[in-house]
Design a protein around this ligand. Structure first.
Ligand SMILES: [Ca+2]
Ligand SMILES: [Ca+2]
Length: 507
């Protein structure tokens, strides 16, 4: 981890250096290679020798300018560590994600940025953990234009960049927030309340609200204001936006197959429509889907059939995406990453235990126990990331920033909390390890947590008592965090307390 030192970092820390010294953009590379290659047919060559020299120069200039990989980062919303077949799910099947894991690398110690949506996405985009990040909860707040995202660095380095789905960083974010932070294209939901609604009345496309055919129950209009703009429950449910978002993503891939592209595909499923969960007019079904498909005859509550179908959609749409990459001949040039923004939810009438969404872990969304923050993470890059590997490397959302930049050959000059795990992915060079990972969270009494190798420290009720007792678990023997052994390791508990103090910087 890039250490912030023992002193508190002054507020100036947030004014990150905004001069990423971009590598030559791809358009320049193309221009350069064009200039290096003589006009073979328009200029008369004096001899065959000259022609051969020219050809050699031309080939050399192309070989040093190897294509930058496409990057697709897929983020599910509230999908748990136990929800995928390849992570032990017993009831539901996820054949495409399981294949993606079999053809790539599956991480068993990957952690989300936070235990709820907005801060987790902030950590992902900015590479700063929740003790340093601008957005640390789902409450009010926005990114500043000067906050550096890796999307912007990719854009500045010749990538076509698109965000599809739920932005949800800050509350409410400005309508053009993704454009401000490095995305050429955006299609989906800006604020998280809007993203609760699978049948909203509008979709945001490049800073504009585009109307859809859905109509809310009229009394929901009075409840929609400020950050809740767009939330509610549809009386007329026609356009299922998650499907339209999946289609738009494929369209972007087709349109940009020739360039290096970066896609941030931020699903808003299997999250609940929290407003729908309390709405008797739709039988309190916050897990509403167009149809229940193969699950329709199951003896399950409607909300569980809906959850199962959402998992099926996620898996099916990722399968279609990989199929398209193959069709376009860019599969080998594309790194795909899949994860979830926090642990499983129990909202919208859905029960977390129904499909055992946290697997062997303790807790769920809003906990800093493992169930709230340890998430599935799969990386597939045919021919580059070895197939069928499982990695126990300890990594978090803050690491995506430097990893993606390293894979794209981009320098990351400003200080972030992440460490690139490209050496693990490519099995090349020495992998640097985090000394520890840190989280803080301000709902339900407030809490903080540290992961240090197999040791896990959790401190609850920090709003009432910042020095509240620390719970300590040994994850190597106790993955379910059942046995608090803090009293047996006072020195380690002291150290965890020091880490918590050091990693928190007042926003
Ligand atoms: Ca979430
Ligand atoms: Ca469980």
């Amino acid at each position: 981890m890039l250490s912030w030192g023992r002193e508190r970092v002054p507020p100036l820390f947030f004014k990150q250096i905004l001069d990423p010294t971009p590598a030559r953009p791809r358009s320049h590379l193309l221009l350069a290679s064009h200039l290096t290659c003589p006009n073979l047919f328009g200029v008369r060559m004096n001899s065959l020798k000259h022609l051969m020299v020219a050809l050699a120069l031309c080939l050399a200039s192309h070989s040093v300018e190897a294509r930058k990989p496409n990057i697709i980062y897929i983020l599910a919303d509230d999908l748990g560590y136990g929800d995928l077949g390849c992570y032990g799910q017993k009831t539901l099947t996820t054949p495409n994600l399981d294949r993606m894991a079999a053809e790539g690398m599956r991480f068993t110690r990957h952690y989300s940025g936070s235990t709820v949506c907005a801060p987790s996405r902030c950590v992902l985009m900015t590479g700063l953990h929740t003790g340093h990040a601008r957005i640390r909860g789902n409450g009010p707040g926005q990114l500043l234009p000067s906050d550096v995202t890796f999307a912007r660095l990719l854009q500045q380095n010749g990538y076509a960049t698109g965000c599809f789905g739920k932005w949800g960083i800050g509350n409410p974010p400005p309508l053009n927030d993704p454009a401000v932070h490095g995305f050429d294209e955006f299609y989906g939901y800006l604020n998280m309340y809007h993203a609760h609604n699978f049948y909203p009345e509008y979709v945001v496309k490049n800073g504009l609200k585009i109307p859809l055919q859905n109509k809310l129950y009229p009394d929901w209009y009075q409840k929609r204001f400020g950050p809740r703009d767009g939330a509610g429950v549809a009386e007329k449910a026609v356009d299922y936006l998650p499907q339209m978002i999946a289609d738009e993503t494929l369209k972007f891939i087709r349109a940009n197959a020739e360039k290096p592209f970066f896609i941030y595909y931020a699903l808003n499923i299997p999250h609940a429509n929290n407003e729908g969960g309390g709405e008797p007019r739709i039988n309190r079904d916050g897990m509403r889907v167009p149809d229940w498909g193969e699950f329709k005859d199951q003896d399950w509550p409607a909300q569980e059939k809906g959850f199962a179908q959402m998992m099926h959609y996620i898996d099916r749409d990722i399968g279609n995406m990989i199929k398209l990459l193959k069709e376009l001949g860019v599969d080998d040039d594309t790194v795909i990453m899949f994860s979830s923004d926090n642990g499983p939810h129990q909202e919208g009438g859905h029960k977390m235990a129904f499909f055992d969404s946290n697997g062997p872990l303790k807790g769920m969304k809003r906990d800093l126990y493992e169930g709230g923050i340890r998430v599935p993470f799969i990386v597939r890059w045919p021919g580059k990331v070895p197939a069928g590997q499982t990695s126990a490397h300890i990594s978090g959302f803050q690491d995506i920033f430097p990893t993606v930049c390293e894979l794209a050959g981009i320098e990351t000059p400003h200080r972030i909390d992440g460490i690139s795990f490209a050496p693990t992915l490519l099995q090349e060079g020495k992998q640097k390890e985090h000394r520890h990972l840190y989280w803080e969270f301000y709902e339900r009494g407030g809490k903080a947590a540290v992961v240090k190798g197999d040791w896990k420290a959790v401190r609850l009720n920090i709003l009432k008592d910042p020095d509240a007792q620390i719970e300590l678990y040994d994850l190597s023997k106790d993955i379910g965090e059942e046995s608090n052994i803090a009293s047996r390791h006072p020195a380690l508990v002291e150290e965890m307390a020091r880490i918590m103090k050091r990693e928190h910087v007042d926003p």
